[in-house]
Each structure stands twice: as C-alpha cells, then as structure tokens.
Design a protein around this ligand. Structure first.
Ligand SMILES: C[S@@+](CC[C@H](N)C(=O)[O-])C[C@H]1O[C@@H](n2cnc3c(N)ncnc32)[C@H](O)[C@@H]1O
Length: 352
C-alpha cells in the first residue's frame, strides 16, 4: 500500500540546506570518502520522517553517514554497500568498542611495529612474498617509497595477528585512513580520496608508523567524545540491486547513489585494500559491478521516457557514454524496485 510520508516532503526539501556552523557527530571524520553526505542532510529526513525505534536503511551507505545519524537519533540504522572499505569504515564508526581496550591494542601494534622497523627484525621481502601476489607487490613498489613499504609492512604484520574482529577492523580502518586521504597520505599519489591518482615522486611523505599512531589517537579521542550517544546499527556487504531484506521491513531509506561514470571508488580504495590482503583480480572484477562503473551496454530501448530521451541525446555525441548511461539507469531501476519501506517514505537524494 502506498501512503504519504508523515511530513510533507516538498516542504522539507524547500528548506535551507547550507548547515553552516553546525557541529556533527565526532566519528564522521574517521576516514576520507568521496561524495559523502554532510551529516545534517540525512539527519533532517530521519528526524522529520521517522520516530525513535524505527528502522532507517541506506543501501549504498558509503562511509555510513546515514547509519551513524540514525543510530545517534535512537533509530535502528542499517547500512549496506558493495565496497569492502565502505563497510569497514561504517562498522568502525558504529562499533560499541570501549576506547581503553582499543587504545591498548593500538599501542601494542605501534610499539611492535616500531621495534621491528628500527631493529630490522622483519624480513620485508619474505613478508611481502608470503602475503601478496606479484601484481600487488609491483603496485606497492610503484606507489610507495621503499621506507614506507617497510613501515607499512611492519604495521600490517601486527594487524594480521589480531583475532578480535571488531578491534582488527578498527585497526584496519586507521591503517587505511593514512593511505586513502584527501592530501598528505603516505603513498606517492595526490588527492587519492577524490580524483584519479597522479604520482608525485617529490611528495613529502611522513613516517607511516608515526602517522598511524597519530591518526589512531585522533579517532580514539572522537570515540571518547561519542560515548553514550551511539545506538543500534547493522552493517552488511551487499548489492543494492538485490537486497537481503524482506518487503515492508524498513521505515525510511535515505541514500545518495553513485553518480554515473564519475567516481571510481575502487581506484582509490585498492591502495589500502591490497595492503589488507585483498586480491588484485578479485578487486578488478568487483570494480566492474559497482553502480556507476564505466561499463557499457549495447543500446536498446529503456522503458522510461525521460531517461530514454537523455540516452538518445548522449548517443548522438558519444555512443560509448550512452551505453554507460543505459547501464546506470537500468541498475538504478533495479535498486529502486524492492518495496522495502512500510509507508513508502522512500526517496533517493540523487545528483545526476
Ligand atoms: C555517493 S557514495 C555514498 C556516500 C555516503 N552517502 C556517505 O555519506 O558516505 C555511493 C556508494 O554506493 C556504493 N555502491 C555502488 N554500487 C553499489 C551496489 N550495487 N550496491 C551497494 N552499494 C553500491 C559505492 O560503493 C559507494 O560507497
């Protein structure tokens, strides 16, 4: 059954969304992520369209902004994303770990890594050979300085030994956050979080173990601040085109889908995902399955008039781009199909 949302959506959309000077939840800055929501944006819709205890879903949750806000407001947040790093970051932001336990583990990781690096007790060549394939090692050698590879290997080795999944995930996200970052990351790439990476051989790169310790301290301070405000949240890896959720099972969906052919998440995320043990070919194949990926379909009719018109216009200038757009529209159609929401308070904030 289709009913109207509790609040008039048009009235909500008419308000000022500049959010200047407003503070946000301390965990939002845990990790850089391209095209993430200003946290106040999902908050407006969650506050106005749901009540405490309701279920809020973001099926393309990215860094988990919607889910953090939902659980902070006493709703149950569900976040799903196809991207491995996105789910890791969202999990780290919403995990219920106590900062003292995490701090203890981080200190151990940093102390052992520092010792191994300074005393040269880790055989870097053997460590790399045992843990990464030849294509990944070549990638490391192209994008990281020799001493950075040595420092990162020392940290990666310590993280691999951790057995508590939530703590290990937290440590992995800190690790990734010093590589995939807007500026000042420890690879030789410029502005990895937002654009196509360009190598800059003259880039000043900090010591990776020290960067790890500094970033961990910042996130732990945010965790300390956030204590007592986090609520219930669930994160899953999944595909928005075939969600593992029953019909009418959520109260509100707030999401910002990828743009068509604009941001290639894997291009940046692989810089840290390889270090965390993900396979070269596996990530290459996964990359093609993202909504918005640069993968084209052969042109054919699309059942929506407006979308068809756009595809036709684009095909007049660039057939390949038109094929990419067709695939994007088909994917978005699939992702919008399931009637998961109880009251059809269902909308995408889509910037095409
Ligand atoms: C614009 S970002 C979302 C950013 C998010 N709102 C935030 O605040 O961080 C779009 C997300 O869609 C994800 N995505 C792409 N294809 C997907 C699919 N088929 N299923 C689920 N997520 C997908 C990408 O991995 C990316 O994290």
């Amino acid at each position: 059954m289709v009913t109207q949302p509790k609040t008039d959506l048009l009235a909500l959309l008419a308000q000022d969304f500049s959010f200047k000077g407003e503070t946000s939840h301390p965990m939002h800055n845990t990790h850089a992520f391209a095209a993430k929501f200003p946290p106040q944006l999902p908050r407006v819709f969650i506050e106005s369209l749901t009540k405490p205890g309701d279920i809020v879903l973001d099926p393309m949750c990215g860094s988990g902004t919607t889910v953090v806000e939902a659980s902070h407001l006493g709703r149950i947040g569900i976040g799903i994303d196809m991207d491995i790093l996105a789910v890791k970051v969202s999990q780290a932001k919403t995990c219920a770990l106590g900062p003292p336990l995490v701090r203890h583990t981080i200190n151990q990781v940093v102390d052992h890594a520092t010792f191994n690096y300074r005393a040269r007790t880790l055989d870097i060549r053997s460590f790399l050979k045992e843990n990464y394939g030849p294509k990944v090692i070549s990638f490391f050698q192209y994008w990281f300085r020799k001493e950075t590879i040595e420092q990162l290997a020392c940290v990666a080795k310590e993280i691999k030994r951790l057995t508590n999944p939530a703590i290990r995930n937290f440590c992995e996200v800190v690790f990734s956050s010093i590589i995939v970052t807007k500026s000042g990351g420890i690879s030789l790439a410029r502005d990895l979080a937002h654009s196509r990476p360009h190598k800059d051989g003259s880039k000043k790169v900090k010591n990776a173990i020290e960067s790890y310790a500094e970033k961990a301290e910042k996130i732990l301070a945010a965790m300390d601040k956030a204590r007592g405000v986090s609520g219930r949240a669930v994160m899953l890896r999944g595909d928005a085109r075939s969600l593992p959720l029953a019909k009418n099972s959520v109260d509100l969906i707030v999401t910002s889908p990828p743009y068509a052919n604009a941001i290639d998440y894997m291009r940046a995320h692989k810089f840290s995902m390889y270090w965390l043990g993900l396979d070269y070919d596996y990530l290459s194949n996964l990359r093609k399955r993202y909504i918005g990926a640069e993968v084209k379909l052969d042109l054919q009719e699309f059942p929506h008039r407006l979308a068809s018109e756009v595809i036709r216009k684009v095909s007049g200038k660039d057939i390949r781009k038109a094929g990419i757009l067709l695939r994007y529209f088909q994917d978005m159609e699939m992702a919008s199909k399931p009637a998961l929401t109880r009251n059809m308070s269902y909308f995408y904030i889509s910037l095409l």
